[in-house]
Design a protein around this ligand. Structure first.
Ligand code: ADE
Length: 243
């Protein structure tokens, strides 16, 4: 039965609306001590223990620690600290209109891959792709009327032709920078992972990604904030198989 959930966010702007809406409080004293830069918040929603880990800021550049490396560190440490029943990789992403994505949509991930780990050596090729299934949530998806698809992670906001070839050949619906790394850390602990992501920009569209991302970041974070409490309420007290 699901009694506790950990949400992993890369950006403060993605995490703050949920932290405020659920009245989560920063854990003091810190549950994860430095030098790891991540910050955790905890509280309760519909009888569920809710924990948030945000990757924190880069001390050299003053921006959020986005990308796969901080995501795996935060997830590893927060799963160790909170022992959640389920982890949710939450945040924003680019969406493929060819897979039905539109700005502001909230998607559930079905699987993760990496599009920027190209290692053409025996067995390393599959390792690099890192295809991993996410927790199956067909009933939750139907109940909340969400779209679903494959999430592809990489460490760049843009992409090369080769990245695009990998994403399209694996039917990626979403492109972001953390989920596959979070999946790796969750797999070490055998904790099930879900992805709940709101679309800020269209990867196979014609607008510059950075411009579209900045324009839609706050509205997408708000859409995410509307959906996440419903996801948490649905998870509360259920068996994994009932999702
Ligand atoms: N986050 C939001 N949009 C993104 C994109 N197009 N690529 C990677 N991460 C993103």
């Amino acid at each position: 039965m699901i009694k506790s959930v950990l949400l992993v966010f890369a950006m403060e702007a993605e995490a703050q609306p949920l932290i405020q809406a659920l009245g989560l409080k920063e854990d003091v004293p810190a549950k994860i001590v430095g030098p790891a830069p991540c910050v955790t918040f905890s509280g309760e929603h519909e009888g569920l223990a809710v924990h948030v880990v945000w990757n924190g800021k880069c001390k050299d550049h003053g921006v959020d620690n986005v990308g796969t490396v901080p995501a795996s560190l935060s997830t590893y440490l927060a799963v160790l600290a909170f022992k959640p029943d389920v982890v949710i990789s939450a945040g924003t992403c680019g969406g493929f209109k060819a897979q039905g994505a539109a700005i502001g949509d909230v998607f559930l991930g079905t699987a993760v891959i990496n599009h920027d780990r190209r290692i053409p050596l025996p067995a390393f090729d599959k390792y690099g792709l890192g295809h991993a299934a996410l927790l199956a949530t067909p009933h939750l998806q139907a109940a909340l009327g969400l779209k679903s698809g494959v999430v592809s992670s990489g460490n760049s906001l843009d992409y090369t032709d080769k990245c695009m070839e990998i994403m399209t050949s694996h039917g990626a619906a979403l492109k972001e920078m953390e989920a596959a790394a979070i999946a790796w850390a969750c797999a070490l602990y055998k904790v099930p992972l879900m992805c709940v992501k709101a679309v800020t920009d269209i990867v196979d569209g014609d607008r510059p990604t950075a411009e579209e991302f900045l324009e839609n970041l706050h509205s997408a974070a708000a859409a995410l904030q509307t959906t996440l409490p419903k996801v948490l309420a649905y998870l509360a007290g259920k068996e994994l198989a009932a999702l």
